[in-house]
Design a binder for this molecule. Structure first.
Ligand SMILES: [Mn+2]
Length: 341
């Protein structure tokens, strides 16, 4: 039976009755993007473009919503006057979807959304107050490990560094090809970080060996995982309207393979994901359509994980300090690599 098409909803899907299984959460956040190229319009552009994405997924073997209640949440826009205040506001907004019964997919917005999103996942039952249990898988052109950029420690260029500050256990990166000497030093010295560089995985002769090693690294994971997909991890030709497109990146199919592989690891539960740095391309919808296709793949892989009993809803029973002043209480980042900005 054909679903009714609802304008403004992800994939045009009508929201069914019942508890929300998948929340599509648009975060129109753009405070620190280098060129200010319109990532705040990205989430709505992605939702509009999703109207053209096929509902059938070949791996799932079904049409979405595949029996799930998928809700498209109204767009978040910050109201507090300071950046740290807005990060707390964003974390409060995100935490509602970490109740253990729902899978949130955040659409950004600049990559600066990541630290508050990760902070808010502390209330998820599988994290259970200890973010050390969480692994973050990052697809990105940039390492995002700077201490600060232009004096701003919460810049999008510092998203992974501030996420490490929240206390996560592991950070896995792939697609990385733009980073500073200080970031290279941190990658070498911080045992929580594992980085697969694009110069290795995309090498015309030896790339396959490195790519297989990346997939095997994913397969070795256990426990709760958050997937953060910065669109610029893809080759710039595919996403020219992302904030900072970079040549030499991952192919579309490599990103698909990463998503499919991660969601199928038997001992992994992907508790949330984000697609960020979505731009709104005017002359062709390629950038926002690419984002919409990958967002759909994430939802389909989550649906498959539920179907194959690799994702069991774990309703919230415990209460944790869900402090809504985490970022405002922060004076300085807790680690520092040399900052020449
Ligand atoms: Mn990034």
């Amino acid at each position: 039976m054909e679903e009714e098409f609802v304008e403004g909803n992800f994939l045009g899907l009508p929201q069914r009755e019942g508890d929300v299984d998948v929340a599509i959460v648009p975060l129109a956040y753009e405070l620190t993007t280098s060129y200010g190229t319109g990532t705040a319009q990205g989430p709505s552009a992605c939702i509009d473009a999703s109207a053209q994405v096929e509902l059938y997924d070949s791996v799932l073997g079904q049409d979405l919503p595949a029996g799930l209640v998928i809700a498209t949440v109204p767009e978040w826009e910050g109201t507090r006057p300071t950046l740290l205040g807005q990060l707390d506001e964003l974390a409060d907004h995100a935490s509602a979807w970490y109740n253990g019964a729902c899978f949130p997919l955040f659409l950004g917005g600049e990559h600066g959304i990541l630290p508050p999103v990760i902070r808010s996942s502390i209330s998820h039952p599988l994290v259970d107050g200890n973010l050390d249990r969480l692994t973050v898988v990052q697809i990105d052109a940039h390492a995002d490990l700077r201490a600060s950029l232009d004096g701003e420690p919460f810049s999008h260029a510092c998203a992974a560094a501030r996420t490490l500050d929240t206390g996560i256990g592991k950070l896995l990166q792939v697609g990385i090809r733009a980073y500073s000497r200080e970031e290279a030093a941190l990658i070498s010295s911080d045992t929580r970080i594992t980085t697969y560089f694009a110069k290795d995985t995309q090498h015309p002769h030896s790339g396959t060996k490195h790519w297989d090693a990346w997939l095997n690294t994913l397969r070795s994971l256990k426990g709760p995982v958050h997937l953060t997909l910065d669109l610029d991890g893809l080759d710039g030709a595919l996403v020219p309207a992302t904030g900072t497109p970079v040549p030499g990146g991952l192919s579309f199919w490599q990103v698909i393979e990463t998503i499919e592989t991660l969601f199928q690891v038997p001992e992994v539960s992907v508790i949330g994901a984000d697609v960020n740095e979505i731009g709104c391309q005017e002359d062709t919808p390629l950038t926002q359509f690419t984002a919409a296709q990958l967002a759909t793949k994430i939802v389909a892989c989550h649906a498959l994980a539920r179907k194959e009993q690799r994702w069991t809803p774990t309703p919230h029973t415990s209460s944790h300090d869900e402090s809504s002043t985490y970022f405002r209480a922060m004076k300085e980042p807790q680690h520092s690599v040399g900052d020449h900005a």
